[in-house]
Design a protein around this ligand. Structure first.
Ligand code: PXP
Length: 250
């Protein structure tokens, strides 16, 4: 059986550029449509508590105009839950959030926050919003995620992406591989993302359990030179090629 892999394009950094001048350009909706034209299966945005890039109204307008899924990354707080229940994205990815961080630094401490994550997940599911949890690729986090009642886990690929050398990269990759297997065995869908780029995406895209990658920075950075649709198409091609090679090798 051929297992599909989807690409969620995170357009936070298009909003980062717009917020640099607090104006209207570059237009986030136009960026989303360009990403869809390039083959994005989903648009992903992170509405941060400090609203440093994406704004509440962006999320509303994206939901109203998109023909593909909308993935809202958010902290598991009452404020963000209220926004998600109003906007009703296809899926909400719960992430830990620290105000001073440049980007989401680590996965959720699932076992340490079981009650809060269950409560948020129950509220979102009751409102018709599926939930995924952004977790580090370790057994403890995956097993705890299995107890929350979510549809999916998104495996944090940051340590793999930042690895200093091949030995460390392989160690981090095997952690992802094992975590993907465990999550799949628990009946969770497996997504992954963070720090993935055109050079490192292939190993993760080749994992048969991984159904979706959410990628932002590398695509937006390349788009400066190629345009967004082309940058998305190139990433999709890399993913599909890796998946094809892996399947033919099996
Ligand atoms: N997935 C999650 C949960 C994230 O927080 C981020 C960063 O916003 C990404 C994926 C995308 O990471 P990057 O921009 O490094 O591709």
């Amino acid at each position: 059986m051929r297992r599909v892999i989807r690409l969620g394009v995170n357009i936070d950094h298009v909003a980062t550029l717009r917020q640099a001048r607090r104006g209207r350009a570059p237009d986030l909706l136009a960026a989303a449509h360009a990403a869809v034209l390039g083959g994005a299966d989903q648009i992903t945005v992170h509405l941060r508590e400090d609203r440093r890039h994406v704004q509440d109204d962006d999320v509303r307008r994206l939901k109203a105009s998109l023909s593909v899924d909308l993935n809202l990354e958010m902290a598991a707080t009452p404020e963000m839950t209220a926004v998600a229940l109003e906007v009703r994205p296809t899926i909400a990815c719960l992430v830990p959030e620290k105000r001073a961080e440049l980007t989401t630094e680590g996965g959720l401490d699932v076992s340490g926050n079981l009650d809060r994550l269950r409560e948020t997940t129950d509220a979102l599911r009751a409102g018709g919003v599926a939930v995924s949890l952004f977790v580090d690729p370790d057994e403890r986090s995956i097993l705890a995620a299995g107890e929350v009642g979510v549809r999916a886990v998104e495996l944090h690929t940051g340590r793999y992406a930042r690895a200093a050398g091949e030995e460390e990269r392989l160690r981090e990759f095997f952690a992802l591989k094992q975590a993907a297997r465990t999550a799949h065995e628990l009946g969770l869908r497996v997504h992954a993302g963070h720090g993935l780029d055109y050079g490192n995406v292939w190993r993760v895209a080749a994992l048969p359990e991984v159904e979706e990658l959410n990628i932002g920075f590398a695509i937006v950075a390349r788009a400066v030179f190629t345009g967004l649709s082309a940058a998305v198409r190139q990433m999709r091609d890399e993913m599909l090629r890796a998946r094809d090679v892996a399947e033919r090798g099996q």
